[in-house]
Design a binder for this molecule. Structure first.
Ligand code: SF4
Ligand code: SF4
Length: 384
């Protein structure tokens, strides 16, 4: 009988972003996996891919923290590899976003170059489950390998954003929005994310879960201390362990089963070896996340009807909205499902839910946290 080796996920406690402690924790996690030398070789070009959804003060917990970035960057530089970094944010100029996130300052100090995430090249992916063609940022393609630094946060579409989802930022600019329109069913979208990971195959994932984000993530949720860093070369297993820590069934994250199907990794606890900390004492049952399966609906009138009945509706809190118009600008459907339907821009935008594909880009990118996901009564009953 052939015995499959388990996927290893290293879990290290770290209660603070104090750099010395973060460095020690990153080193300890890497040592449990055999050291960074297991993943990179002297002379290679390695790209660090943090999560920079949008440039944001590190205290807001939207982005991978600069201390984690600094620790990984320092270890790589000491190994004499050429290091670059980058992410394609939701909007805005890459350099300005990196500066607001506190990453540019670290990169400049360590002589880490900002890679080109503005332009991309078409790449085919014959083995993909669904999406056989991607436009990938040139900065990614110019590197020999990726080290992915996801941030542990909640997410309206996928429940949780972690290791698998982090690579979505390797698709430059507005090309990302088209996937929401083309793949309106969240499971199709998740399959595309898995395909992207089997194409790019980051060598290692180091998740920043020291301060996570709960509630209305991934941009305007609440920071929540979990005090952990997670390390693995298997992104599905890493996400599975992170889900267990926030008391979320990994099967509720659409990329889990699909990732296993594609051979990207495993989400089954029996097939994962957690090394380092015992995760039981780290489990936070109070972490605010939607603990329900994602509803698989896409287009067509019946599906649209079902979606309108069962899927949470993005809703604007007019007392918070500043009428900035970003939700309108980044809504990917035509005609726009959120727009100035009242005919002026003095009052907040409104929704036409029959046009809305529930991609939640508006909620994700609203700078004020004015958009919430409101569950309908049928949705509450169906999803109990
Ligand atoms: S993005 Fe947010 S603040 Fe801006 S108009 Fe839309 S709801 Fe209002
Ligand atoms: S209104 Fe919001 S959730 Fe609906 S399609 Fe537009 S961006 Fe997506």
């Amino acid at each position: 009988m052939v015995t499959m080796s388990k996927s290893k996920v290293a879990v290290i406690k770290c209660d603070t972003y104090d750099y010395d402690q973060v460095y020690a924790a990153v080193e300890a996690g890497l040592n449990l996996l055999g050291g960074m030398a297991n993943y990179v070789t002297e002379g290679e070009k390695i790209l660090i891919k943090p999560n920079v959804l949008i440039g944001s003060n590190p205290e807001k917990c939207v982005c991978t923290h600069p201390s984690v970035f600094r620790a990984v960057g320092t270890i790589l530089k000491n190994m004499r590899v050429t290091v670059s970094y980058g992410d394609s944010s939701g909007f805005g100029k890459s350099e300005a976003n990196m500066k607001r996130a506190g990453l540019k300052q670290v990169a400049d100090e360590l002589d880490i170059v900002l890679a080109d995430f503005n332009k991309g090249t078409v790449v085919s992916h014959k083995e993909a489950l669904l999406n056989k063609r991607f436009i990938v940022a040139n900065g990614v393609l110019e590197s020999d390998g990726l080290i992915s630094l996801p941030k542990l946060k909640t997410h309206g579409l996928t429940r949780f954003t972690g290791a698998v989802k982090n690579q979505f930022g390797c698709i430059p600019g507005l090309n990302k929005g088209q996937f929401h329109v083309k793949l309106a069913n969240p499971f199709d979208f998740a399959t595309m994310l898995v395909d992207l990971n089997t194409l790019l195959r980051p060598r290692l994932y180091i998740m920043d879960g020291i301060m996570a984000m709960e509630g209305n993530g991934p941009r305007t949720g609440r920071p929540k201390k979990l005090g952990v860093l997670l390390f693995s070369s298997d992104p599905v297993a890493l996400d599975s362990v992170a889900c267990r820590i926030i008391n979320l069934n990994p099967e509720y994250v659409p990329t889990s089963k699909l990732g296993e199907k594609a051979g990207l990794g495993t989400y089954h606890p029996d097939n994962i070896e957690v090394i380092g900390e015992d995760i039981e004492p780290l489990i936070d049952k109070s972490f605010e996340v939607v603990r329900k399966p994602v509803i698989p609906v896409s287009s067509g009138w019946l599906r649209t009807f079902i979606r309108n009945q069962l899927c949470p509706k993005p809703t604007i809190d007019e007392s918070i909205c500043t009428n900035c118009g970003k939700c309108v600008k980044y809504c990917p459907v035509k005609p726009k499902a959120v727009n100035w339907h009242r005919g002026d821009k003095i009052r907040p935008p409104t929704y036409k839910y029959e046009q809305c594909i529930r991609c939640y880009c508006c909620q994700e990118l609203c700078p004020e946290g004015a958009i919430f996901l409101r569950e309908s009564l049928p949705g509450r009953i169906f999803n109990r």
